[in-house]
Write a protein that binds this ligand. Structure first.
Ligand SMILES: Nc1ncnc2c1ncn2[C@@H]1O[C@H](COP(=O)(O)OP(=O)(O)OP(=O)(O)O)[C@@H](O)[C@H]1O
Ligand SMILES: [Mg+2]
Length: 251
């Protein structure tokens, strides 16, 4: 297995207190990984560290074989084009004064890719791939004119337009009602399968984790307590903390 993302002994601290402690994790190209664990376990902090939005105290993060902390700034920026972060609250994350087509194309503008015509075409293709259809009727709308589920589709289109290899999705569906939640999570799985995209799906919901991801990683207090094939880990947890999560979810 050729890992896409390799996290080695990652420690992230806030005010001297470790949020992530000596965490090691490997993710292969196209792999779907659920990152689960209680509130404050450090799940979001892992995603933020990978995306470069918080600075690790120690450890190494390699993406496509290159260590992000060791390469030059320019190369680091190039490498990070290969990953994209989607948050729970796309309403807050999407620019309010831009139209859907421009929101979807914005990562290409930021990365200075293509021209206006090719960006528009890529945005339309991405919006079609997340099935925001008929796409033409959405292109000129603003984020506030969309429903929560539609906004989250725009957030995914925006994530896909730069053709990332890794999608970091932090509770992407938790603000949505039950049926939309399944649609968004299934969409993510479909994108992983059809676009050779690796997905890290951060979720509190073990049923959603099982539905969307072949591998599960269980975190507690900034550490990985257990990981493995999702079905195996959830049906026969090796660690007491995982067993407690499973019991809480089914009870
Ligand atoms: N910006 C910050 N400043 C200070 N402490 C922080 C900051 N972000 C996170 N923390 C702390 O780091 C720890 C891990 O937080 P993190 O947000 O990664 O947890 P999480 O697993 O994502 O939790 P949740 O499921 O509630 O989203 C927590 O103790 C949190 O209070
Ligand atoms: Mg979080």
């Amino acid at each position: 297995m050729n890992p896409l993302l390799e996290i080695d002994s990652l420690t992230v601290q806030f005010g001297g207190v470790p949020a992530v402690a000596d965490l090691t994790l490997r993710i292969a190209a196209g792999e779907t990984v659920a990152l689960v664990g209680g509130s404050g376990a450090g799940k979001s902090t892992v995603a933020l560290a990978v995306a470069g939005l918080v600075t690790p105290a120690s450890g190494a993060i390699r993406f496509e074989g290159e260590e992000l902390g060791a390469v030059g700034r320019r190369r680091r920026r190039e490498l990070r084009r290969g990953m994209h972060l989607v948050f729970q609250d796309s309403y807050a994350a999407l620019p309010p004064n831009m139209r859907v087509a421009d929101i979807a194309a914005e990562p290409m503008v930021i990365h200075r890719e293509g021209d206006a015509v090719s960006r528009r075409a890529a945005a339309v293709a991405a919006l079609e791939s997340v099935r925001l259809t008929p796409t033409a009727t959405y292109l000129d709308r603003f984020a506030h004119e969309l429903s929560g589920g539609q906004r989250q589709r725009v957030a995914f289109a925006r994530a896909l337009v730069a053709r990332p290899r890794l999608l970091l999705a932090d509770e992407p569906a938790s603000g949505l009602d039950a049926s939309l939640r399944l649609e968004i999570v299934d969409l993510m799985t479909e994108l992983a399968n059809t676009q050779d995209l690796a997905v890290v799906h951060i979720t509190h919901d073990l049923a959603l984790a099982a539905r969307s991801c072949s591998t599960i990683v269980v975190m507690q207090d900034g550490r990985v307590v257990e990981s493995g094939p999702t079905a195996d880990v959830l049906s026969a947890p090796a660690h007491a903390y995982t067993a407690a999560l499973v019991a809480a979810a089914s009870g």
